[in-house]
Write a protein that binds this ligand. Structure first.
Ligand SMILES: O[C@H]1[C@H](O)[C@@H](O)[C@H](O)[C@@H](O)[C@H]1O
Ligand SMILES: [Fe+2]
Ligand SMILES: [Fe+2]
Length: 292
């Protein structure tokens, strides 16, 4: 029997969920996710350019092509630890809050989840591996098709997407009447798992988990699948495409978001010392050599 998501939710103090500002963040929470433009600031420009390429090039056809390529899972075979260690060499170009290798972020997020929910070991591992799909960047995928916030393709772009007003300029789907309406290719309330998402590390890692028959609970896979869908879980867009069961997914994505976003800091955890604990979780939920 799977760990019941409902049980887990009851363990939460509802005031935790309501509290907008985490007390553990190293900087003022309102300072995270600053996508304001400043062409003289190299980090801000790096972020903006990554999204510009993403928003220009992520079309329905592009996404279908990348799914066709990656969802054969014939790129590489490796263990979770090997994949995580690859993230030593990845700095996420879409991220205004972190200029450090992504493996540090993985352990920062996991350790925070562990501190808040010591009994939910599945959540610790979920946090550790949530960005593992970024290994695509080492196998030919440009960062704009790997990192960053995601959005649905095949319908009108959500208003809360970062840089929404200018960065989709020239994306052909914007002129296509099949794709540029409120519903586009979707039925009302079809549910987020029926959306064709812009191609990136979320959907890829979700599919890798399912392909490799993870023992992680389904809600863990969904957290990973939608953690970058900020225009939905944070911006309030796409409500007309939500199905009732998406409320549960959203609730967990928002809990998880606290560990994902607000732990980003310059404080580097002692990764060597932490490996033995996390290896036991990998062996429990996602053992051996995986097909990516
Ligand atoms: O820049 C970040 C980063 O790429 C994260 O991994 C992603 O999940 C976030 O949505 C994004 O804002
Ligand atoms: Fe991510
Ligand atoms: Fe992350």
């Amino acid at each position: 029997m799977r760990i019941l998501a409902e049980n887990q939710v009851q363990l939460l103090d509802p005031s935790e969920l309501m509290r907008p500002e985490p007390t553990f963040a190293d900087k003022n929470p309102s300072k995270f996710r600053d996508y304001s433009m400043d062409t003289t600031d190299p980090l801000k420009e790096r972020v903006r350019q990554t999204y510009r390429q993403m928003h220009l090039n992520q079309t329905v056809d592009f996404v279908k092509g990348r799914r066709e390529h990656w969802l054969k899972f014939n790129t590489i075979k490796m263990t979770v630890r090997e994949a995580l260690e690859k993230l030593n060499d990845l700095v996420d170009e879409s991220d205004p809050d972190l200029d450090l290798p992504n493996i540090i972020h993985a352990f920062q997020a996991a350790e925070r989840a562990r501190a808040e929910f010591p009994e939910h070991d599945w959540l610790h591992l979920t946090a550790l591996i949530h960005d593992l799909g970024k290994i695509m960047a080492f196998y030919g995928e440009p960062q704009w098709a790997v990192v960053g916030d995601t959005f649905a393709v095949g319908c009108r772009w959500g208003d809360s997407i970062v840089y929404r007003d200018e960065s989709f300029e020239g994306n052909p789907d914007g002129d296509n009447p099949a794709y540029n309406t409120e519903l586009g290719i979707y039925q009302p309330n079809c549910g987020v798992d029926n959306l064709l998402m812009s191609w990136g590390h979320d959907e890829y890692m979700y599919s890798v988990l399912k392909h490799n028959k993870t023992k992680l609970p389904h809600v863990a896979c969904n957290i990973i699948r939608f953690h970058s869908f900020y225009p939905w879980h944070n911006g309030g867009d796409y409500k007309h495409l939500e199905a009732p069961q998406d409320a549960e997914t959203k609730k967990w994505v928002l809990i998880f978001n606290r560990y994902d976003l607000y732990t980003k800091s310059e404080v580097v955890p002692d990764i060597e010392a932490l490996w033995p604990y996390y290896q036991t979780l990998i062996d429990k939920y996602l053992p051996g050599v995986l097909e990516f």
